[in-house]
Design a protein around this ligand. Structure first.
Ligand code: NAD
Length: 259
């Protein structure tokens, strides 16, 4: 039996959609019928991705350049995407980065900057879509957290703290807007073979934190693929998850349940 495409006629916004998990989600939402807005600071990758998708189904993908740490730019990108493709049905807040550094060497500026990118961007994008979604009777938001929200790693105090904030933001938004038809969930991946994940491993190894290939195998069997996280995102964004709200779906092949 062939499955019906789940996002026909829907407008999906993906921040951090130019590469990695965001790009995988963009391709999969598009393949399932969505109009997709890619918001990212990587102009070349975002533009190429949108152009490729439009080659297969014209005028259903658009790239919007924004650094998500800049509230005006991000708000402008969300507004432009709504003007292009209509009220967003789905917002995937994925853009994020990390600092790998001893806590005592981390400056307040670096700490603030990481919160700007990983957390405040979710505040801004969510506030920008909310009035539109609520006027339309609801919508679905998926935020990218990490296993690092609950498992502390040395040299990642700032990163772990931002990812924990993403999880509580998810629960609190879900609670406040449930009765208005909004669902807000998160994904918490383990190590993914993306630019972010590979850079994280290099930086941790350079600071003598134990994450050898053998460690990865012991923790989660192998590196996760971007598409495996994107699948979880599409589920949470879809009507199949209609009663899943305020939840964090861990995508880590047992990493966080092992003793
Ligand atoms: N890769 C992992 O191992 C892993 C594990 C858990 C969680 N995550 C989360 O996934 C996200 C990283 O994504 P990925 O793994 O797909 O990596 P990635 O590096 O392939 O993709 C990140 C995307 O976000 C964009 N981006 C980053 N900062 C931005 C900014 N300030 N403004 C606009 N766009 C920006 C990048 O240009 C890129 O397209 C982060 O939120 C991270 O916390 C990653």
């Amino acid at each position: 039996m062939t499955r019906q495409p789940r996002f026909v006629g829907r407008h999906v916004i993906v921040s951090g959609g130019a590469m990695g998990v965001g790009a995988a989600a963009v391709r999969m939402f598009h393949a399932e019928g969505a109009r997709v807005s890619i918001i990212d600071r990587a102009a070349a990758e975002g533009g190429t991705l949108a152009a490729g998708l439009n080659g297969s189904r014209p005028d259903n993908a658009q790239f919007f350049l924004a650094d998500v740490a800049q509230p005006e730019d991000l708000r402008g990108a969300v507004e432009a995407s709504a003007a292009a493709f209509g009220t967003p049905d789905v917002l995937f807040n994925h853009a994020g980065t990390l600092i790998v550094k001893a806590f005592h060497d981390t400056t307040l500026e670096e700490w603030r900057s990481l919160f700007d990118i990983n957390v405040h961007s979710m505040f801004v994008a969510t506030q920008a879509v909310l009035p539109l979604m609520l006027a339309a009777g609801g919508g679905a938001i998926v935020n990218t957290s990490s296993v690092s929200a609950n498992l502390a790693t040395p040299m990642e105090v700032a990163y772990c703290t931002t990812k924990a904030a993403c999880q509580m933001l998810t629960k609190a938004i879900a609670t406040e807007y449930r009765d208005a038809g909004l669902r807000c969930n998160a994904v918490a991946p383990g190590f993914i073979a993306t630019g972010h994940g590979l850079r994280e491993l290099d930086l941790l190894r350079a600071l003598n934190v134990n994450v050898t290939e053998q460690d990865i195998r012991a923790m989660q069997g192998r590196m996760c693929n971007a598409e495996e996280v994107a699948e979880a995102v599409l589920f949470l964004a879809s009507d199949a998850a209609s009663f899943v709200n305020g939840e964090t779906l861990v995508v880590d092949n047992t990493l966080s349940v092992r003793t």
